[in-house]
Design a binder for this molecule. Structure first.
Ligand code: DQA
Length: 154
């Protein structure tokens, strides 16, 4: 079964109480439960992690070798972490970047993502639904890869 890794970055453990006007009232646990339900529906295996520590996130990415895709909300590290960017660039596993809020409609310092250039794609501004869209995209691209013919037939 196809494996997908989900990584939630710093402060996302506080969802549900943290700046609810921006991030909504759903707790991380509730988002994770919805992800697990959708994963079952899509027939994929997901492993979900949350970390407030940059190096720990780097370690997770480095160990994602046997996963088909990484779904990552790097949170504040989106705007600063060359280490996380380099880890994504270093592994073959494609990464999908997710943000609950629309980072481009907020403070200027959030407009720049150092992750985006090494991500397969970015989903920003759809709240928790963004994770579901990312999971669908991850399952889709992984399937497409799996079913791709090895040799050109024409
Ligand atoms: C965030 C946006 C980041 O700018 C912020 O630092 C976060 C959450 C989002 O999901 O909207 O912690 O990644």
């Amino acid at each position: 079964m196809m494996k997908i890794m989900v990584i939630h970055g710093p402060n996302l453990n506080l969802l549900g109480t943290r700046e609810t006007d921006i991030y909504g009232s759903l707790k991380l646990k509730e988002i994770n439960n919805s992800l697990k339900v959708l994963a079952k529906e899509l027939g994929v295996n997901i492993s979900i992690y949350q970390s407030n520590h940059e190096g720990e996130i780097v370690d997770l990415i480095q160990n994602a070798g046997d996963y088909s895709a990484i779904i990552i909300n790097p949170a504040a590290y989106t705007h600063t972490s060359i280490a996380i960017r380099d880890a994504i660039a270093a592994v073959k596993t494609p990464a999908i970047e997710v943000h609950l809020s629309n980072i481009y409609s907020r403070e200027k310092f959030r407009h720049k993502s150092v992750i985006a250039p090494v991500a397969l794609g970015q989903i920003s501004g759809f709240g928790p639904e963004g994770y579901m869209l990312a999971l669908r995209a991850a399952a889709h691209i992984s399937n497409a890869k799996k079913n791709r013919p090895k040799k050109k037939t024409s």
